[in-house]
Design a protein around this ligand. Structure first.
Ligand SMILES: [Ca+2]
Ligand SMILES: [Ca+2]
Length: 500
């Protein structure tokens, strides 16, 4: 609930009780001539100290004097006549409509009698006695001078001239647009020492300091003990006319408002009223809590602890932040993947061009290492397979030949072991065998050469790269060496046996 309101009231009461030595105008908030949100209207729809009627509807947040429907009229009036001479009224309102032009307008009244709820002049009675501050939206006289704010005084005899927008009757005024503003518009109407001053806040900001003077009129004499009222009306065109607050303060010269001049009875009465008002506020707070059990109770520890709603909101923001982090990470990773992909693509392009006979580009530092060069076509694969088969066959032949040689050497050894000298027949046999080996090796070499060559011999890896022919020749030479060594050893042993 409005702790501000309570504080304001407290200040008001205190300022009355404590005498002031200031020479400035003394201002006292008059809650009986005011209304403001929250709890502007009570549960039964009534507004404390006020009466409204016509098409006016009061809610907790505002009073809608006239809704945006055709020919609507409504008004709200104080129950009691005011009991002070000088005053200041702050009216916060919103006139909003979908049309570029709206109608008809809104008026603030200070009159000796309460007006009608569905009167002819902006929802209130014509021929009023007192002051009307009129916010005229619609340009009836088509002089392109509306919306207009004006003060019109009446002694209860004159009819308001709508056709001319009251241009011949007004006391003073100013051309100000008050429709469809981002923030509520405000008027401060001050009547002090027979000077009427109207300030206007255009609602483009919500800054309290943005009031500007609309007009000032001196020697204004208003009847005493009048009523405050607000009214509004729509016509063929229709705006919503909402009043958010009306705050009245009585104005006193410092000498009059001195604490000494307030009797103890009056002090007691004011204190009592304040207590009652505070109790009423507490009751309304309690009612509100009962009606809205979901809402966390507001107390002075609000700043120390967070409510469920606040916690939820904080958690939502935290998770949003987390999601944002994850998305940022994902972005980074996707960028990396895209970078790698484009690298791979350029690499493949390089490989392709190298397979077309162009030299490979050297690997740039920082670049992804190149894959081994394998520009192998299907033809190449076939050639390789054939070559492999030939090698396997050759090795099989070699194996058979080595077994043959081994068998022959065994028979030789057996003969040597018998102590017999190697016969010339044996030596011939061995020569034939060696020639056979030579022929075999030569034929293998020939067949390898005859085999289809691998097209575009792939670049050898950095490991040693030996051709099949070379390998076979080396193997054959090793075998021959072994054979000769075996033969030589055999002879030595045979000779040695002869000596002993
Ligand atoms: Ca008009
Ligand atoms: Ca006009």
């Amino acid at each position: 609930m409005s702790s501000n309101g309570v504080i304001l009231l407290l200040c008001t009461v205190l300022s009355i009780l404590v005498s002031s030595n200031s020479q400035t105008v003394h201002k006292r908030f008059e809650y009986k001539y005011s209304f403001k949100p929250p709890y502007l209207a009570q549960k039964d729809g009534s507004v404390p100290f006020w009466e409204y009627g016509g098409n006016a509807i009061a809610s907790g947040e505002s009073v809608r004097l006239a809704p945006s429907l055709r020919s609507q009229k409504g008004a709200i009036w104080t129950k009691q006549p005011i009991n002070f001479d000088w005053w200041e009224v702050d009216v916060m309102f919103k006139v909003t409509g979908r049309g570029r032009i709206g109608a008809d307008g809104l008026a603030f009244w200070y009159t000796t009698q309460r007006g009608d709820y569905q009167g002819e002049v902006f929802g209130s009675s014509d021929k009023w006695n007192g002051l009307g501050v009129i916010f005229d939206s619609f340009d009836n006289d088509n002089k392109h001078n509306n919306p207009y704010i004006m003060a019109v005084l009446n002694d209860g005899t004159k009819s308001f001239d709508h056709k001319s927008d009251g241009s011949a009757q007004l006391l003073s005024g100013c051309l100000r647009d008050f429709r469809n503003k981002p923030f509520p518009t405000r008027a401060r109407i001050e009547y002090y020492m027979n000077t009427l001053t109207v300030y206007f806040h255009n609602g483009l900001t919500n800054n309290e300091a943005d009031f500007e003077l609309c007009f000032r009129a001196e020697n204004v004499v208003l009847p005493r003990g009048g009523y405050f009222g607000l009214s509004a009306a729509t016509g063929g065109l229709a705006d919503d006319h909402d009043v958010i607050h009306l705050l009245t303060s009585s104005l006193h010269a410092t000498q009059q408002a001195g604490g000494q001049q307030i009797s103890s009875d009056e002090q007691q009465k004011l204190s009592q009223e304040y207590q009652q008002y505070q109790q009423k506020l507490e009751q309304q707070k309690e009612d509100y809590r009962k009606e809205h059990p979901d809402e966390a109770p507001k107390d002075e520890f609000d700043d120390w602890f967070e409510s469920d709603g606040q916690r939820e909101l904080r958690q939502i923001f935290q998770s949003l932040g987390h999601v944002q982090d994850v998305v940022r990470d994902l972005h980074k990773k996707v960028d990396e993947v895209i970078g790698k992909q484009s690298n791979s693509l350029s690499m493949l392009t390089a490989l392709y061009s190298s397979s077309q006979g162009q030299p490979l580009q050297p690997v740039q530092p920082g670049q992804v290492p190149q894959m081994p060069a394998l520009p192998i076509s299907r033809q190449d694969w076939d050639a390789l397979a054939t070559n492999n088969q030939i090698i396997i066959n050759t090795i099989a032949e070699l194996k058979g030949f080595i077994i043959d040689v081994s068998r022959k050497s065994d028979s030789l050894l057996a003969a040597g072991g018998a102590g017999a000298a190697p016969s010339p027949q044996l030596v011939n046999e061995m020569r034939d065998g060696l020639n056979q080996v030579k022929q075999n090796v030569a034929s293998v070499a020939q067949r390898l050469q005859a085999a289809p060559q691998v097209v575009a011999q792939p670049a050898c890896p950095s490991v040693s790269c030996v051709s099949t022919t070379t390998l076979l020749v080396v193997v054959a030479m090793q075998l021959m060496l072994m054979f000769f060594y075996a033969l030589y050893k055999e002879r030595k042993e045979a000779q040695a046996k002869k000596f002993f």
